[in-house]
Ligand binder design. Structure first.
Ligand code: AMP
Ligand code: GLY
Length: 429
């Protein structure tokens, strides 16, 4: 069978790598891919935005399954376009992908489904929002642009001044363009965050093991928000009991409510949760695998992902065996460019990839890399590499991941040094 993965980040490298391991899969293409996907699959120079070219490629190469990695093509209706062309694509259609594409829509589903979430109000006008903030008893707010903003459209505020500035940025200055035409002002929740992802065909839910991302740029969760500086899986803060609760009170009602709204969700439903003292609360839903959570998750998944994805499209997940996991935990450390998440330069030669990849239980997924005309691997983004290691314990996995990181270098490369420390500390208690 032939598979086409759409996207060019670390998540897509992990998807291509995992799908290429299926006994049923002979060939994996990635459009447009990166220097790492070129090693585990074949890159195709087509942008994720060019739907007609992707459809032509899938037809000409008789692709059996197309997997859409990122949110932008999902919310723009790539799966619908493939379906209309008679092609099989994994991921939610445009209507269901609104769970990620519109925070106002997502909140309306959460309320309709009676899923625990932060109290929130939507606005399309900054003066009304200003009045609301000034009249509030609280000084803690979260202001969120409605639409996609590459993970940057959320501002967590500790004062009314900050909240007013965030409203101005989103609604008046339109820092995130049309994504800020509507926005939410939310109650600020406290606690640790966890990512619970599930593969669902709209009828059956296969919950994946819980993971934790590290969104802040620097050690100790300090500094600006990023796309994620590292992740590990499983995350013990989501106990088995809590995971069942999340299935029953969060995932099941969400999937049923989407069905009722004629927006059946088929794909990966990713709940971003705050584990508050009062219990888990949904911060957001994403309509895809998390990046970097996908990398440690798929490093541990032993089941055949190709079969699971095909069964999702046909709504026969209920007929599959439960998912099988490597019992060993996985830790993923992101190596970033100097300056990220602010501005950064690209094009630096990366050294030591082969040496790092030879280490046992280590896989180096590429995120922002590309091959130059001489076949040299160079940096091509803010988050450059995702170094994953499996270990007997989380501490062991962390040690192996950082050992691999120490073999790799380029000008300005850096990482957080405390990925998975919260888990290691919790396990020690
Ligand atoms: P979102 O895209 O909605 O997940 O928001 C991005 C990040 O903002 C989350 O990972 C949280 O760290 C933070 N955040 C979002 N909503 C809230 C909230 N209601 N309370 C506290 N932090 C939040
Ligand atoms: N790791 C956060 C995200 O994928 O949105």
């Amino acid at each position: 069978m032939k598979v086409l993965v759409i996207g060019s980040g670390g998540r897509e490298h992990a998807l291509a790598w995992k799908l290429s391991k299926s006994a049923k899969v002979d060939k994996v293409y990635v459009a447009p891919g990166n220097a790492g996907t070129a090693l585990d699959a074949e890159n195709v120079p087509i942008s994720e935005k060019d739907f007609p070219a992707l459809i032509s490629f899938a037809r000409e190469h008789e692709i059996d399954l197309t997997v859409v990695g990122p949110e932008a093509p999902l919310t723009a209706g790539l799966v619908d376009a493939f379906e209309e062309a008679g092609l099989r694509a994994f991921g939610p259609n445009k209507a269901a992908a609104r769970m990620e594409g519109s925070k106002v829509f997502c909140k309306s589903v959460l309320i309709e489904a009676n899923v625990p979430t932060a109290r929130s109000r939507s606005f399309d006008d900054s003066s009304e929002a200003t009045e609301y903030i000034l009249a509030s008893d609280s000084n803690d707010f979260v202001v969120k642009a409605d639409g996609l903003a590459a993970g940057k459209g959320v501002v967590v505020c500790s004062s009314k001044e900050e909240a007013l500035a965030a409203v101005k940025l989103i609604a008046d200055d339109r820092a995130f363009g049309a994504a800020g035409a509507r926005f939410l002002i939310e109650e600020r929740l406290k606690g640790q965050e966890a990512s619970v992802l599930a593969i669902t065909d709209g009828q059956t839910i296969m919950t994946l093991q819980p993971a934790q991302d590290h969104k802040a740029a620097y050690d100790g969760d300090q500094g600006p928000n990023t796309g994620g500086m590292g992740a590990y899986c499983p995350a013990s803060l989501v106990t088995d009991e809590k995971l069942h609760w999340i299935e029953e009170r969060v995932l099941v009602p969400t999937v049923i409510t989407l069905n009722r709204m004629n927006s059946t969700f088929k794909g990966v439903l990713y709940a971003g949760l705050m584990m508050t003292q009062a219990g888990p609360r949904v911060l957001e839903y994403n309509a895809r695998f998390g990046d970097p959570e996908c990398q440690p998750l798929l490093s541990r998944l032993q089941s055949d992902l190709y079969e699971v994805m095909q069964a999702t499209i046909d709504q026969r997940l209920a007929t599959l065996e439960p998912l099988k996991w490597d019992p060993r935990p996985a830790v993923c450390v992101v190596m970033a460019s100097k300056g990220y998440p602010g501005s950064y330069e690209k094009g630096f030669e990366i050294f030591g990839l082969d040496e790092a990849s030879k280490l046992p239980d280590v896989k180096v997924f590429h995120a922002g890399t590309k091959l130059d005309e001489n076949g040299v691997v160079r940096t091509n983004g803010g988050r450059v590499l995702d170094v994953v290691a499996l270990g007997d314990t989380v501490a062991d996995a962390k040690r192996k991941a950082y050992e691999a990181v120490s073999k790799i270098s380029w000008e300005g490369a850096w990482t957080r040094s405390d990925i998975a420390d919260k888990e290691i500390k919790a396990n020690a208690q």
